[in-house]
Every structure is written in structure tokens, then in C-alpha cells.
Design a protein around this ligand. Structure first.
Ligand code: ATP
Ligand code: MG
Length: 250
């Protein structure tokens, strides 16, 4: 099992990168099993992958809190584990798990422990697990998601966003995340911004593994609500993501 997480500031292109990474794995690692995890509270990876999602981890956990929710003969723990299984969206090619938005107030610690165990067991069934995170790295810093082999920090081609990538790196260091490889990808590049940004990039301490150009086809697919995973081979973003991932030992 190889777990690859994507992180970065809001709107930089994390979900686009995640969808194109799954596209890459499907095309280049035939026969391998893939679990895509949407760990962003404002989930939309499913749209990029062209999937409908009924249940998320959060809605399932909320269900278990309803009065009389737990069937007689089941412990709360057993029931939660049982419900968590319903959050998995299965397709012929890959599976998707959406963490969702924790609506409930109060302590989330108890489900977090169960969630951690659930994910640890679940991920053993897959060759690749990809995780689309929100900027704050909530699930990673609370160790709900652990053992990340590779963290790809995404930034767009602005100095502010690169500084944000630097803060993601700081979080990784400060919570002592055990991440084996750490990379920076700069997206929505239109010209020679990298030259201009080199100073900021150096300060992040992250290794720039590649860039993704601003691709009108990505914008067009988004406007038309078409799944990004269906972008054609000649899309500039697809080609760039493929080139980046072929450099990494996946
Ligand atoms: N390479 C690209 N070329 C053109 N447009 C892009 C590219 N990458 C991302 N975008 C556009 O930028 C916007 C944000 O992209 P995306 O949803 O992938 O970012 P995100 O980091 O996942 O955002 P959020 O933080 O809201 O989850 C979208 O409108 C998307 O179409
Ligand atoms: Mg996103």
C-alpha cells in the first residue's frame, strides 16, 4: 500500500491534481486497486471523478448519534464500525471515501479513534490510497490519516500561495508527521513565473517536482460540470501531471 496525500491553500488546484493523479494511476498502473479519500470538509473530489456520493463518514457518524440508533445486541462501537462501511463508494475502477463535514458539536475524539482504526484496516485492501486534504491538514494532524508515503504540497503561481505551502511544511514539521517524501507542485503556470518565484520556493524547503500549466480545457470542463478524470490525453494539465508522477517512484 502506498499512500499519497495532497495539500495546499484553498483554490490552488488540489482537487484537480488529485483527480488527474487517479487518472494517471488508472492508465499507468493497470490492475492496481485505488482508494481515493476526500478529506476536505468542502468535498468535491467526487465531481472531478464523476461520481455521486450519498453517504460520507460524517453523515454516518451523525446517524449513530440519533436516539435509539443502536440496534439491540450491538455495542455502540460495533454499530459505528458497521455504519462506516456504508460510506465507501465502490466503482469498477476505484473506490471513493468522503470524510464530509463534521456537523456535530462536542468532542469528536471517540469517533476519531474508531475512524483511525477503520481507515487503517480499510487501506490494507488497496495498492494506492490518495488523500485530497484541506489546507489545515486536520485529518493528518489529528492522526486520523497516518503513514503517508508522499505528501505533495500544491501551490498556484503566486508568492502568497507559495508562502502558504511553506506553512503547510511547517505544520508537517510541528506535528511531527511521519511523511517519507515531500514535494511541491506549482499549478496554473502561464509563463516564467517560476523564475520570479524561485526565491520564495527556496524558502519553503520543499523540493519542486514539477509544474502544471493553466489549462483552458480544465476551466472548460469545470464550467460544464464535466468530470476532470475524463480530460483527454492531449490536455496540457493531464500531460503535466503524468510527467510529474512518472518522475516519482509510485
Ligand atoms: N491546471 C489548471 N488549469 C486551469 N484551471 C485550473 C487548473 N487547476 C485548477 N484550476 C481551476 O482552479 C480552481 C480551483 O481548483 P481546485 O478545485 O482543483 O482547487 P482546490 O485546491 O482543490 O480548491 P479547494 O481548496 O476549494 O478544495 C477551479 O476552478 C479549477 O478549474
Ligand atoms: Mg478541493
Amino acid at each position: 500500500m502506498k499512500q499519497i496525500a495532497i495539500a495546499g491553500k484553498g483554490g490552488v488546484g488540489k482537487t484537480t491534481f488529485s483527480a488527474l493523479m487517479i487518472r494517471y494511476l488508472l492508465k499507468n498502473k493497470p490492475g492496481k486497486s485505488i482508494l481515493a479519500v476526500d478529506a476536505d470538509a468542502n468535498a468535491n473530489l467526487n465531481e472531478a471523478l464523476g461520481l455521486e456520493v450519498e453517504n460520507t463518514i460524517s453523515t454516518m457518524l451523525e446517524d449513530t448519534k440519533k436516539p435509539n440508533a443502536i440496534p439491540t445486541g450491538m455495542t455502540k462501537e460495533m454499530y459505528i464500525e458497521f455504519k462506516l462501511q456504508d460510506a465507501l463508494v465502490e466503482t469498477n475502477n476505484f473506490d471513493l471515501l468522503v470524510m464530509g463535514n463534521p456537523q456535530g458539536s462536542g468532542c469528536y475524539c471517540y469517533p476519531n479513534d474508531l475512524l483511525r482504526k477503520h481507515l487503517e484496516t480499510l487501506r490494507k485492501n488497496y495498492d494506492y490510497v490518495t488523500v485530497d486534504n484541506e489546507a489545515g491538514l486536520e485529518h493528518l494532524s489529528r492522526r486520523v490519516i497516518s503513514d503517508v508515503d508522499m505528501l505533495i504540497v500544491v501551490s498556484d503561481a503566486s508568492a502568497r500561495s507559495i508562502r502558504s505551502a511553506s506553512r503547510v511544511h511547517d505544520i508537517v514539521k510541528s506535528v511531527n508527521l511521519d511523511v517519507k517524501e515531500l514535494y511541491l507542485v506549482v499549478t496554473k503556470v502561464t509563463g516564467n513565473e517560476i523564475e520570479e518565484l524561485q526565491g520564495e520556493i527556496d524558502k519553503t524547503g520543499l523540493r519542486l517536482i514539477g509544474t502544471v500549466p493553466l489549462d483552458p480545457m480544465v476551466a472548460e470542463f469545470d464550467v460544464k460540470s464535466k468530470a476532470l478524470i475524463d480530460l483527454p490525453d492531449d490536455s496540457a494539465a493531464v500531460q503535466a501531471v503524468n510527467a510529474i508522477l512518472s518522475k516519482i517512484n509510485l
